[in-house]
Every structure is written in C-alpha cells, then in structure tokens.
Design a binder for this molecule. Structure first.
Ligand SMILES: [Zn+2]
Length: 349
C-alpha cells in the first residue's frame, strides 16, 4: 500500500486531492453538526441491546502468529500456498461457504505471480450483506528497512493482523449465533507488491489492462470479477495494519469521501465500547489501499481502518521493514478492532 497524499499536499495535483478537500471542508453530516443540536454530554445509547459474542484477542493473536510461522506469504512462495490452504480449511471448518478466486498477474518488476483471493460467506442467502476484508500477501522485500532493503520480512502487522482479526470473526460466526445480516470475509491477494517511488522503484512496464495501479492487484481483480454474479454489499470495512501496540486509526480521506456514514457508524461504535484511544476522530489524507477499488470499481462504500502514527504519518516506522514482526503486535489493539467489528456486524438490522 502506498501513501497518496497528506492534508498539506506538496506537489501532487491529482483530482482526488481536490475532491477529498471538499469532503474535509464540508464534513457537516460527518460531524453531525446539522439538524437539531444535541447536548455535548449526551451519550447516544444503541436502540436495542444485542448479545454480541465477545472477540477473543488470544485467539486472534494465535492466528497472527500462525501466519508469521509459515514465513513471509510472498506470492509464488511455499509459505504463500501453505497459508492459503490453512485459511480455506479454517473457513470451511467454521461453517463458511468458501470461494477461491485464482488469477495470474504481472508485477511492476516483471514477475509473473499466481494469486488467490479467498472469500468466506456466512448467511449466504441473506440479501443485506456486510463485507469485511484484509490483504493476506506479504511484500517481497523490506525496501524501507534501514539496513537490508532486499530482505524478506514477517508482515506481522502488514497483512497478518487484519487476517488474524477476520479468522477470529470467522471462528465466532462458526459457533452458530448468526447476526441478522450476511457476512462476507474477503482475503485479497497481491496488495503489497506495488511500485514504491519513495524507495526509488521505477517500472519499464505499462500497467496491464484491467488494472490502474501496481498495488492492490487482488481487490482490482475482484472488483471486476466478483465471486458471485451481481454481488452487492450494504457496506464494507477494510483492515490494514490493525495490530500494533497503541495503534491509532484516524479518519482516512478515501473513507471520508466514499463512505462517511460507514465511518461514522464504526467510529461511534468504537466510542460506545470505550476505544476512543484507538479510533481517533481526526481527519487525515487518503491512501491507495484495497478499499479504493472496492469503492471506485465495485461501487460498494468501504472504509479503511488503517494505522496512522502521529508525527510519522500512515503506517508507522515498522512499515515495509524487518521491524514488522510479532514483537510489535498487541492483543489490546486486536481486541479493540475485533470487538468494534463484531458490534457493528451484530447491531446491523
Ligand atoms: Zn504493505
């Protein structure tokens, strides 16, 4: 994934910045400042009380660790295939209808890769559906590492954390108490083999037909070839780097632009659960991540819950380096994200 622009863009003049600026300048409906004024100390209670199965952070951590133990899940590597088989059997064991979407792609550095999106569906006949997603591949090189820029790295946060949360949600859904809505968990492949010009990468190749970016190959493919004909979801939530200690999630620009209502729903749910240290009500610029293509091509409003580090910017200093290993993963953070998602899903009518 790449950082696209900040609130104070320096040189990029792309249209998207202007559009995002508009949505930042006029966020009346996002901040709820139109309509009758509420007392500031008024806490909005949910309309009904739902028994939400508690998210188990030990279990989610186990799933993160399990992925790291396979080795970096770099496309074409043995660990990549082993992890895919593990995810598929986990989803099936936990009662999901599973679709494997295999496709070939070419990367910016001219590697031919075999990629696989994995889709696990619960309540497959429910018309109203919520889409939860994360990417499961690992970037092939630590190009932002201080010393070994060509080295592989664990991707404990970048990839494995979001997948770990989704595997735990799958385990909970598999226990039988279903929400009122259908739930689709999508593991996108090929998100992280993109060209990062900030680390000097240049490509002689043209981006192939059917793609707009070297990043996010799996979500671009899925958005154009949905796993079910005419598939639609009411909304989507993408998880990316959701496991590091004291992580904070700011309101990302693309999410604000395409899915402000979803952002509001998720952030207010987190607030009701006491996770305001994690889900910060501050707007920041947008990034290129899988949610962008789900919004723009598949036309499903989707937000991105993604780590933003004050003073560093998106992702934190471990990003695409060997620091992205299990030592930065926190059960408390996984718990904040997992419980928030479970509540959003189970409160949806
Ligand atoms: Zn990445």
């Amino acid at each position: 994934m790449k950082f696209l622009f900040t609130l104070q863009p320096i040189s990029n003049s792309c249209m998207r910045i202007k559009k995002i600026f508009l949505s930042l300048v006029i966020p009346m409906f996002i901040l709820g400042s139109c309509g009758p004024k509420k007392k500031t100390d008024e806490i909005q209670a949910p309309l009904r009380v739902v028994q939400v199965p508690p998210f188990n952070a030990d279990s989610a951590y186990f799933f993160v660790e399990k992925q790291v133990k396979f080795g970096p899940r770099v496309p074409n590597a043995k660990a990549h295939n082993q992890a895919a088989q593990y995810f598929i059997s986990h989803f099936k064991k936990n009662g999901a209808v599973v679709v494997e979407q295999d496709f070939d792609a070419v990367t910016w550095d001219n590697q031919k890769v075999q990629l696989k999106n994995i889709i696990a569906s619960y309540n497959p006949d429910a018309k109203k559906r919520i889409l939860l997603a994360a990417h499961w591949d690992t970037r092939p090189y630590a190009d932002k590492d201080a010393e070994k820029k060509g080295a592989p790295f664990d991707g404990a946060n970048d990839g494995a954390s979001g997948v770990g949360v989704l595997l735990e949600i799958s385990r909970l859904l598999g226990q039988g108490k279903m929400p009122l809505v259908g739930v689709d968990l999508i593991l996108f492949d090929g998100e992280d083999w993109g060209k990062d010009s900030s680390t000097g990468q240049e490509s002689k190749l043209k981006i192939p037909d059917g793609y707009e970016e070297w990043w996010c190959l799996g979500s671009q493919y899925w958005a154009r070839h949905k796993h079910v004909k005419n598939y639609a979801a009411y909304f989507g939530i993408l998880l990316d780097m959701v496991g590091s200690k004291h992580a904070q999630f700011f309101r990302e620009g693309g999410s604000l632009e395409y899915a402000p209502g979803v952002l509001e729903k998720v952030w207010s749910t987190a607030s009701r659960l006491g996770y305001t240290d994690y889900f910060v009500k501050t707007n920041v610029g947008g990034i290129t991540d899988d949610h962008l293509f789900v919004n723009e091509i598949a036309k499903i409003p989707m937000i991105d819950i993604v780590h933003y580090q004050t003073g560093v910017g998106f992702f934190g200093d471990y990003h695409h380096s060997r620091k992205d290993n299990l030592s930065i993963i926190s059960k408390e953070t996984l718990s904040a994200v997992g419980n928030t998602l479970m509540n959003v899903v189970y409160y949806e009518e």
